[in-house]
Structures are given as C-alpha cells and as structure tokens.
Design a binder for this molecule. Structure first.
Ligand code: PEP
Length: 247
C-alpha cells in the first residue's frame, strides 16, 4: 500500500566529479529495486548528479532549502532553484540542521509548506535526543515535532509528505534503535498525524534513519510501519547503499 522509499543523505561529502562517479556505480546495482530510490547530494553536486541520474530509476533530492521565494538571503537556495535542477525531494529539519544551524520547529514548518507549494516532496526529519529517550519522553517529542512540522499543511497534501524518524543518538554512531522500538515510535508519529488529519495518516510514508546499513536493513524494513530509510554513512558507498535499497 505504501511504496517503500530509501533515500541517501550524503551530507557534506563528495565533489561534483565524485558524485557522478558514485551515481554511475550505483545505477546498475539498484536498477531493479522495488523501493523508490533517492539520493540527496550537497547542493553544489546537484547539477552533476542530475546529469548522471538521467534515464535511471533514482530520483534527486536536496538536503535543505530556504522557505523564501527569492531575495537577500546570502548563501541560501530556493525551491525554484532546486526544481530547475530536476530535484524532486528535499530533506527538511535534519537534526544536524536543527542543532548546528538553529533550525526550529517553526522554520521546519515554513520549509515544509514552501516545498509542498512548489511541488517538491519534503522528507521531514523528527527524532529525540538521548536525554529525551532516557527520560521516557520520546513519544511526546516526536508527536510534537511532527504536528508542528505539518501545521497548516492542506489536507490534500498530507499524503505527499515523507517523514523520517531519526533518533538523534543513533545518527552516525553505529547505534540503531531496535526494530521494535523504531516501529513503535513510528506508530506514535502516524497516530499524531491521524489525530490532526485523519485516516490519510495511513498513506504517509515514514522512514527510519540512524545507522541503517546492509546488516540491519532487512529486519527494519520487515516492520509493519517502517516504510523506508534515510541513510547517511552507508549511502556513500554504492555497494552498501544498494544492499539497503535491495533489502
Ligand atoms: C542521517 O544523517 O540521516 C543518518 C541516518 O545518518 P547515519 O545513517 O550515518 O546514521
């Protein structure tokens, strides 16, 4: 019912030439994937990546965008600029952007609304910090982040949104949530969407992210509510990423 979606978040890695090389290695390895496949290179690689992806089953995503249409926002990239490069997806509110670049629930929401208005698919990241998990407030944290990220989203747009549940303590650490924990938290996220928007919540794809790799992908993807993955480290090697994609 929900088509799985596996996206690679390359973060601040790869030059344009390296991006094209990685994509060329990846293409044959994922050509018959059942899941939707997305790569999210840095903004400076998007043009080279788009050229390398032409004619493949892999879609292009960005790692961030501004919520203004244009103007005096030095260093920022707009939705139209991404669309002009063939970008279809945009990661919004990754925990690294929340932590290092002062993104808030409010700016995340503005970006989600702008992405939807422009026809980009937002991949909205939510997830708890270690101390929040240890204090037993994971469900409240992800429910609140999800509802605030989706504030004022039109009913007809909700099913277009992809949510990535990324427990912050599991990102880049080699620690993964157990498949049951990840699935249960994703159920909380789905329930929060349902409280606001109703049964369309069943159509929203919710990924797991946090040290997902070729070894744990099969188990995570077998869970009832995990509809894909947002992959950091393991997306930088074609073979590893393809194994996750072909879980
Ligand atoms: C991420 O940054 O979205 C991520 C999940 O990273 P990693 O897979 O390296 O933990």
């Amino acid at each position: 019912m929900r088509k799985p979606i596996i996206a690679g978040n390359w973060k601040m890695n790869k030059t344009p030439d390296e991006a094209a090389a990685l994509i060329n290695d990846l293409k044959p390895l994922v050509a018959s994937a059942q899941a939707e496949v997305v790569v999210c290179p840095p903004a400076t690689d998007l043009a080279a990546a788009a050229a390398a992806l032409a004619g493949s089953n892999i879609s292009l995503g960005a790692q961030n965008m501004d919520y203004h249409d244009s103007g005096a926002y030095t260093g920022e990239v707009s939705a139209d600029m991404l669309l002009g490069l063939g970008v279809k997806y945009v990661i919004i509110g990754h925990s690294e952007r929340r932590e290092y670049y002062a993104e808030t629930d409010e700016t995340v929401n503005l970006k989600v609304l702008k992405a939807l208005e422009k026809g980009l698919t937002p991949i909205v990241c939510v997830g708890e910090k270690l101390e929040e998990r240890e204090s037993g407030v994971t469900a409240e944290v992800v429910r609140k982040q999800t509802k605030l990220a989706l504030l004022n989203v039109a009913q007809g747009d909700v099913a277009k949104v992809v949510v990535a549940y990324e427990p912050i303590w599991a990102i880049g650490t080699g620690k993964t949530a157990t498949s049951d924990d990840a699935n249960n938290t994703i159920k909380e996220i789905r329930a929060a969407i349902k409280e606001v928007f109703g049964n369309v919540a069943e159509e929203v794809r919710i990924q797991y992210g946090g040290s997902m790799n070729p070894k744990n992908a099969t188990e995570l993807m077998a869970m009832s509510d995990i509809d894909g993955g947002l992959i950091g480290g393991a997306s930088l090697k074609a073979e590893d990423f393809s194994k996750v994609v072909n879980y």
